[in-house]
Design a protein around this ligand. Sequence first.
Ligand code: ZN
Length: 74
Amino acid sequence: MSVEGLEEHKHCAVCGAVISHKDKGKPGKAYVCSEQCSKTYDKRVKKVKRIKLLWYLSTFIVLVPLAILALLFG
Ligand SMILES: [Zn+2]
């Protein structure tokens, strides 16, 4: 079974609207139906990136002292 047929049309990454025209999307850039959705998507991506960065930082801050403790007392 192939799912290639499903690639014929795209859905807007923001509102889910079907994008029927063959848009030459840039690699790594999501398909969006309008300028408004494009802005919303960019904002969402930036927010997710910031949350991920904070998550990695907090993990690092917790793990480093733990690793040091493990090295000292483990
Ligand atoms: Zn949209």
